[in-house]
Ligand binder design. Structure first.
Ligand SMILES: Cc1ncc(COP(=O)(O)O)c(C=O)c1O
Length: 404
């Protein structure tokens, strides 16, 4: 008789976005004349940059001719893309990462979930709270998180690092030493960032304690402040303790195209074993490479035109972020984020719970956001708005909130 992986049965239902969708459609049905504005989901809305579209078309044409047709891609990625990444994202920032330390993938969600394959089930993880839910859920699937405690909305064997106004939305070094530390900066959902010195303290901590940092830099392109690091490898010693995850989703609008990469320096070892070798083995066995066409599109992001055009898209979203941030401040809300990230995190007024504020906003402003409690227990009393809508909708949403 076969047996299932019953760790899956321990997972609480993923009610956040389905509950939001249900509430929004019930409201729309009851109020068919109301124009709802959605600032809830973290998906981009701008079309792909012309340089990316041109590269996609050219690569598709190559596939039409026997001389230029490509089959399976190299497991770890085409050299043209790995070299462009190493040069642009690392070498030009004075950071020492070689092209063969870069593993091209279909996105940061899969990588952040799959990376657990190369670690023992006995490792204890630490996560920020609130947090992008994939880190915890995938560790729960692997059997690393203990049991789910319903009334605490947390797992028995996970170290939660609260990131609230009291901690300036940054995690504090935990009392209990974790084996694997997930950090994501600029952060989803709080929109906060940490300085290079703050990140250096984590790198020093990990090296001292034999922990590994999994650093999710999916929102790196949104950094506007000088002392915020673009990569964990700006920190001294990160090559021996950190893995970095990157995505083309938010810097170039690839959410539907799918492309990302993971960096594992060859100096990162457990005993004598390089994690680089384990991930290469895992990638080679379980992944057959991101599509050639998509990797060419990724390469085009790094071209002069591609950089100019994608930077304009980021500036467009960050102008929305500024509109939300200043508008909400004028309306008397306590807000953070929105400076180095496309997310604005607000304290719910009058001690409303996150879900009470969700209903209030939907009812009175016809605006949809995301309740902070959906990202972890310390998200209670907070609310996330995203800058990924159109400028017109963003302005209209803020006008309505001001009039509430
Ligand atoms: C922190 C974080 N990491 C990773 C991802 C997923 O990125 P990708 O689209 O590359 O899978 C997201 C998407 O919202 C995210 O917020």
């Amino acid at each position: 008789m076969f047996k299932i992986n019953d760790n899956y049965l321990k997972l609480p239902g993923s009610y956040l976005f389905s509950t939001i969708a249900r509430k929004v459609s019930a409201f729309q049905e009851a109020n068919p004349d109301k124009q709802i504005i959605r600032l809830g989901i973290g998906d981009v809305t701008q079309p792909l940059a012309p340089a990316v579209i041109d590269a996609l078309h050219a690569a598709v044409d190559e596939m039409a001719h026997a001389e230029t047709f490509r089959g399976y891609a190299p497991d770890l990625g085409y050299d043209f893309l790995r070299n462009a990444i190493a040069d642009h994202d690392y070498r030009q920032r004075g950071v020492d990462i070689a092209a063969d330390e870069i593993f091209v993938s279909d996105g940061a969600k899969s990588d952040s979930g799959n990376i657990g394959d190369i670690f023992s089930v006995d490792n204890k993880i630490a996560v920020c709270d609130p947090v992008y839910p994939v880190y915890v859920d995938t560790n729960a699937m692997a059997g690393r998180t203990g049991d789910y405690i319903e009334d605490k909305q947390s797992w028995s064997n996970v170290i939660y690092m609260p990131c609230t106004a009291e901690t300036n939305f940054a995690p504090q070094l935990p009392k209990e030493t974790p084996d694997i530390i997930y950090l994501c900066f600029p952060n989803n959902p709080t929109g906060s960032a940490i300085t290079k010195n703050e990140l250096q303290a984590w790198v020093d901590y990990a090296n001292k304690n034999g922990s590994v940092i999994i650093y999710d830099a999916a929102y790196e392109a949104y950094i506007s402040e000088k002392d915020v690091p673009h990569t964990v490898y700006e920190c001294e010693g990160a090559r021996t303790c950190a893995i970095e995850l990157r995505s083309f989703s938010k810097n170039a609008g690839f959410t539907g195209v799918r492309l990302g990469f993971t960096v594992i320096p060859k100096d990162l070892k457990c005993g004598g074993v390089m994690l680089h070798s384990l991930w290469a083995r895992r990638h080679g066995t379980k992944f057959n490479g991101a599509p050639y066409i998509v990797q060419r599109a990724g390469e085009a992001v790094y071209s002069e035109e591609g950089q100019k055009q994608t930077n304009e898209q980021i500036a467009y979203y960050m102008n929305n972020a500024k509109t939300i941030l200043t508008g909400l401040k004028e309306a008397g809300y306590t807000v953070s984020g929105g400076v180095n990230a496309p997310y604005i995190w607000l304290k719910t007024p009058d001690n409303m719970t996150s879900w009470e504020f969700f209903d209030h906003l939907l009812e009175h402003a016809n605006v949809v956001g995301t309740p902070g409690s959906g990202f972890g227990p310390s998200g209670e009393g907070y609310f996330r708005l995203t800058a990924f809508g159109s400028y017109e909708n963003t302005v209209a949403a803020i006008d309505r909130i001001k009039k509430m």
